[in-house]
Design a protein around this ligand. Structure first.
Ligand code: ZN
Length: 155
């Protein structure tokens, strides 16, 4: 976790509206010397996007595991009915194990897609969009060199 600090007087800024993910307004006003400054480590989600690569990788990996384990589980379950008697038990055990993995993977996929992480991301983007409704703020970001979408700039 980092804290933005004033490049002028090195005062550390404690702000509520940015979080440990580093999303929020990158523009800060120093409470001590009143100078405005930019901290590029803080990202405005509606402009810069959310770097949820970690979540994306996790979801695709979990989805693969979920699909694969489900397929193997179904295969094993089916195999139980056709293999010779002495192989039934191993097939059954293997199937049960894979069913467990499948369930856990599907739960993880669901949690990533609809759970807390997804909610947090949606919230961050919404907050960002609300900040950008302020034309003055949008113009400021533009001046700092951000690629502000046209919809936030036009009056
Ligand atoms: Zn300062």
């Amino acid at each position: 976790m980092f804290k933005p600090y004033c490049p002028n007087c090195k005062t550390i800024i404690n702000r509520e509206d940015w979080n440990s993910f580093g999303y929020g307004s990158p523009i800060f006003t120093c409470p001590k010397c009143n100078k405005e400054f930019l901290d590029k480590r803080v990202h405005e989600p509606a402009i810069e996007g959310i770097g949820t690569d970690i979540n994306k990788i996790n979801i695709s990996l979990n989805l693969k595991i979920a699909l694969l384990s489900t397929t193997i589980w179904i295969t094993c379950w089916y195999a139980v009915t056709i293999v010779p008697y002495k192989f039934k038990f191993p097939c059954y055990m293997c199937g049960s194990f894979l069913l467990l993995i499948a369930l856990l993977s599907w739960m993880t996929v669901g949690r990533i897609a609809f759970g807390k992480e997804a909610k947090t991301i949606r919230k961050l983007i919404k907050e960002s969009e609300q900040r950008l409704q302020d034309k003055e703020y949008a113009q400021k970001l533009l001046k700092y060199g951000y690629k502000v979408p046209e919809k936030y700039l036009s009056a």
